[in-house]
Design a protein around this ligand. Sequence first.
Ligand code: MG
Length: 369
Amino acid sequence: MKRIVVLGATGTIGRMSLNVLKRLKMFEVVGMSANKNFETLLKTKKDFPSALTALTGIKNEEVNFYGKDSIEKLLESTQPDQVIVGIAGFAGLKYALSAARYSKRLCLANKESIVAGGKFFIESVKKSECEIIPVDSEHNAVFQLLDGEKSRVDSIILTASGGAVRNVPLRGLRDVSPQMVLKHPIWNMGARITVDSATMFNKGLEIMEARFLFDFPIEKIKAVLHPQGKIHAMIELEDGTFKMHASKADMRIPISYALNYPKRIKLFDDFTPFGNVTFEKPDFKRYPALKLSYEALKDGDGARVVYNAADEVAVDAFLKKQIRFTDIYEIVLKVLQKKWPKTLKNYEDIEEVDKKSRILAEEMVNTCC
Ligand code: MG
């Protein structure tokens, strides 16, 4: 039996992972972590009695470990074969680095660790002799498409649904409410990523993620609008062939793939009929965040950290109705326009840029409206 730790066990990815792990008999969940939601964590533990529990955000005597280094302690005492990193946001970077030290495989759903960590993160994981299997659906698809592909790959194409407000006229975008934006047409995901999918900051982050995960040149990574959410990615080969990856839009499929790789395990009996699929070039006027991601990628390490951090702050403010939908982009743009370091070589340097850009983004939220 493979021994698994699930970080971020009470979030969307964590809950789906535990759902998969409960069905598959060849894994033992030896550890679970949450930020503050100890009630759900302890309730979940009933299904996985041998799992140790850790809580990072608050003190609680009922869990095995709590506090800032609780995940480190959890990993040290369980020494798992694989870790599912389902923690959302920049916080995931630190824990993904710890998970790489204590296990042999990261089933990585946290894209921010790759975006903010960049080369430093990829090299640190490699040094720890740990492999990364991406769980992010598009990157999981690219990983599968590249597997065994010997011919030259000319481009990587990530698909984007366009989010919940993709049909709202451009002029109306500034007035869309969080409620409207949170109604994602295809995927069931957390709040931040659902907003990011409507602005395409999510696709911007994913372009950055692909750049480092697959060590691929920026100009050869593209995004296309594909509202049906059936094709998750494509690769274009030198002879003009396009290989596409299709599956049901259910995160349990990439989670199971990452856990079982190189094997495949049957998860569902039901079959989704295919129907029409369409592809369109995304409009930069509607999705300026997408264009901004290429600019930030060219700007070096600091800009990527800022792109993520400022967006995290702005999305949070939008969800609290402190700013408008279109202010999210404006705030990130303004924070990016400050001077940021081109190279970040260690965690401390990355964290410093993350903190500074958050403070700036918060100031802008407060003076914005
Ligand atoms: Mg994705």
